[in-house]
Structure formats: C-alpha cells, structure tokens
Design a protein around this ligand. Sequence first.
Ligand SMILES: [Zn+2]
Length: 90
Amino acid sequence: MKPARTKRVKPKVPAPAAVIRLTPEHTLQRAAKRLLTGPQTRCPKCDSTYVGREPAFIHCRLCGKLARIANAPLELQEIWEMRSGLRIAS
Ligand SMILES: [Zn+2]
C-alpha cells in the first residue's frame, strides 16, 4: 500500500514589521499617555466614580485599575501604604 501523500505547505512570510526608533521623545510621549495629569474623580479605564484617591494613584474599586498621577511623589505613597497597614515596614 502506498503511503498517503502529504500536502506541501508554503512557508508563511511574516507581515512586514515597522521599525520604531526608541528615542527619549518617544518614551516621554508614551509615558504621558499612561500618567494622569492630575487627580480625577473618575476611573480612566471604566469611567466609574467608585474610586479611591491615594497620594500617587487613583485606585478604581470597581475594575481594580491603579492609575498613576504624574508628578505625584512615590515617597508619600509609600508612607501612606505603611500607615494604612498595606505594607509591613522593613
Ligand atoms: Zn475602573
């Protein structure tokens, strides 16, 4: 008995990729999109008003999003977390 012939499959050519140069300006633009410009009363992801204000973040209690506020000091966030009992002081 003759073995079944296998079909030849053409090798797939990947789609042409765009090369993006990682310049400091590009990085700053990306960071500006991720950071909030100031404290907000709404979640940037799900637009809920059930948010908690933390020193450096807006914490959505509905979807769990933690949105970083630009120029807010992380030292204050750390102190706030230790005082709230969310962290064990080391
Ligand atoms: Zn949310």
